[in-house]
Design a binder for this molecule. Structure first.
Ligand code: FES
Length: 233
């Protein structure tokens, strides 16, 4: 693992989301992730997708949602706090011309990086509060939902056509994969990961063909129509 320090940190008004910028760029591409620890905590590092890599400012951004030990500790991090990282890991999302993007919650991170770098046809984002929606409203023409309409309903209302790249909670990815017939559905699966390199077999995904794949090594992007969702959920 290597070390990097926090250059700046921003929190949404309700502290439901934290954006951190680490000092340095590491050659990451949209869809790739890093395993992260704060000091020696936690024992098993946690995976975080890259939110943006800014080569001009020399910083790499991550979006954190406080809902576990490491991300809750992040609420007290300050500028200069040192993190340990391993990465970039995983395969970059391939460039799909004119793709629709659909993100739920912190699934916005890899698609924000993808959309900023390669563009998109339509970009749908589901959030759980107005504060989250305001905090993430930073790309052109984002179609943001904030309950009671969920992001997939909003997406289907618009009768979209063409390929979709989605990242978010598993039920959202399953719903899109099973119900969308306007084109291919590529899903970035956020599974619990430990090693990040294909050694521990903790992030298995079964395909309908019966083949077992690993999110960290073979993904994180999969063809949603090939995933055995019953096995995964
Ligand atoms: Fe260990 Fe994927 S995280 S095999």
């Amino acid at each position: 693992m290597f070390k990097s320090k926090i250059k700046w940190i921003k929190k949404s008004e309700n502290e439901a989301l934290i954006l951190i910028a680490l000092d340095g760029t590491f050659g990451s591409l949209p869809g790739q992730f890093f395993m992260m620890k704060s000091g020696d905590f936690p024992v098993i590092p946690r995976p975080f997708s890259v939110y943006f890599e800014d080569e001009i400012r020399g910083e790499t951004l991550f979006l954190l949602k406080p809902r576990g030990l490491l991300t809750e500790e992040a609420l007290s991090w300050q500028i200069g706090h040192e993190l340990k990282l391993k990465g970039p890991l995983g395969n970059p999302i391939p460039v799909i011309e004119g793709a629709n993007l659909v993100a739920g919650g912190s699934g916005y991170a890899p698609l924000h990086f993808y959309g900023s770098k390669y563009g998109y046809k339509n970009f749908y984002l589901g959030t759980t509060s107005k504060e989250e929606a305001d905090f993430l409203n930073n790309l052109p023409n984002l179609k943001i939902t904030c309950g009671p309409l969920v992001v997939t309903e909003r997406f289907f209302q618009d009768n979209n056509e063409g390929a979709v790249i989605a990242c978010g909670p598993t039920p959202m990815l399953q719903h899109l994969s099973e119900q969308y017939h306007g084109g291919s559905v590529y899903v970035s699966i956020e599974e619990r990961m430990a090693c990040g390199t294909g050694m521990c077999e903790g992030c298995a995904v079964k395909l309908k063909s019966g083949e077992i794949k690993f999110v960290c090594k073979d993904g994180p992007l999969f063809d949603g129509k090939e995933v055995d969702w019953q096995w995964l959920t």
